[in-house]
Design a protein around this ligand. Structure first.
Ligand SMILES: Cc1ncc(COP(=O)(O)O)c(C=O)c1O
Length: 373
């Protein structure tokens, strides 16, 4: 008889991950859908406006490309990203070696801890209320997660990776130069990598939102710093899957080495489309103004309906509260045919807020305003 060699039990990674929270909105969705005017969905921040012709033409022009693309991306793409960060956000000191394309920023965030070599025994710090994928990426790598918004909360501990998200999803909170400088200084003393998710940096309504790579923040020294950028919201390219990381060339080279082996290549037509989007500021400014107009309608309507809107100086959401459990607020909106996201999706500190997306058409926003009146 052949003896069977024992092996460890297979552990599907999904078992370690949080439950997918959107399923828990089914009842509120049913209630909101029963409204005679139909459902107005302000939950997911998915873009609804057209893709600019300049981008679509570039996509089309790159469609007859039979060969494999490269993980590192074309020189044109990386140069366009360097130039766009300089022009739009005043980031200096980057070059093509500081940029790496990502097949959407979510993919990058979900893989970042593992691709940077974190695993059991390492800790990832994420904001108290946060985009859920930061935690998912840490758990997939087997690392621990700590939620903190201030360095004092961390005490003497030394995490390996710390996420910032300014302007933030879901709260629209913006971190200023002084705050970011303190984080960079603290991280440098401890050798902590800072990953700054800047997907909403181009969507600022009040004041200024600096990049972690802004010379006022890092004195032009990018070591240990990674800025994560997405074209999903600023250029309406969510369906293209177009993002990139910029920053410390040593870390970028490490990521490239892993991502090459994993076959994480952005399709070439998308690289070309993204290059065109990064070279053109006009479509980006136009989109920003669309969102600004929607926010100017929705924000006062939400306040007039008795809510306090916290932060929300930037980004694509209103972070609203009536100082009650968020599910009660979700139901209040659902009775008016409006679906909003409960703040608890983003961490227990969000349990008394809801997130209202500005990513709806003008007609939908106007309808939401009518129902709130
Ligand atoms: C804070 C934050 N980071 C990253 C992403 C992912 O963007 P992408 O579409 O590039 O994957 C989102 C998308 O909503 C987001 O809100």
């Amino acid at each position: 008889m052949t003896s069977v060699v024992s092996r460890p039990e297979r552990r599907p990674p999904a078992r370690a991950l949080p439950v997918f929270p959107w399923d828990t909105l089914a009842e509120a969705r049913t209630l909101a859908s029963a409204h005679p005017g139909g459902l107005v969905d302000l939950t997911v921040g998915t873009p609804v406006d057209p893709v600019a012709p300049v981008i679509r033409e570039a996509l089309d022009a790159g469609s007859d490309e039979p060969g494999y693309p490269t993980t590192v991306g074309t020189q044109e793409l990386r140069t366009a990203a360097v130039d766009a960060l300089a022009r739009r956000y005043g980031v200096t000191g980057l070059n093509a070696g500081s940029i790496l394309p990502a097949i959407g920023t979510k993919e990058l965030i979900a893989g970042l801890p593992a691709q940077l070599g974190l695993g059991p025994g390492h800790t990832v710090v994420v904001p108290e209320v946060a985009y859920p994928t930061y935690e998912v990426g840490a758990l997939l790598a087997g690392a621990a997660v700590v939620r903190a918004d201030s360095l004092t909360q961390l005490g003497p501990s030394s995490p390996t990776l710390l996420y910032l998200n300014s302007p933030a999803n879901p709260s629209g909170r913006v971190l200023g130069v002084d705050h970011l400088r303190k984080v960079v200084e603290w991280a440098r003393e401890r050798g902590v990598i800072v990953a700054s998710d800047e997907c909403y940096l181009g969507l600022v309504w009040e004041g200024d939102a600096p990049s972690i790579l802004d010379p006022r923040v890092c004195d032009g020294d990018h070591s240990g710093l990674l800025a994560l950028h997405s074209l999903s919201k600023t250029s309406n390219l969510a369906s293209y899957r177009a993002g990139f990381v910029a920053g410390d060339p040593t870390l970028v080279a490490e990521l490239l080495a892993v991502r090459k082996h994993a076959g994480l290549m952005m399709p070439l037509p998308v690289q070309n489309a993204m290059t065109a989007a990064l070279r053109d500021d006009a479509h980006e400014a136009e989109q920003r103004e669309r969102y600004r107009a929607r926010r100017e309608l929705l924000l006062p309507a939400v306040e007039a309906a008795g809510f306090r809107v916290d932060h929300s100086q930037a980004g694509l959401y209103l972070w609203a509260t009536r100082d009650e459990p968020c599910r009660e607020t979700v139901d209040w909106f659902a009775r008016r045919g409006l679906l909003v996201a409960p703040g608890e999706f983003y961490g227990s500190a969000g349990a008394r807020h809801v997130r209202i997306a500005l990513t709806a058409t003008d007609a939908t926003v106007a309808e939401a305003v009518r129902r709130l009146a």
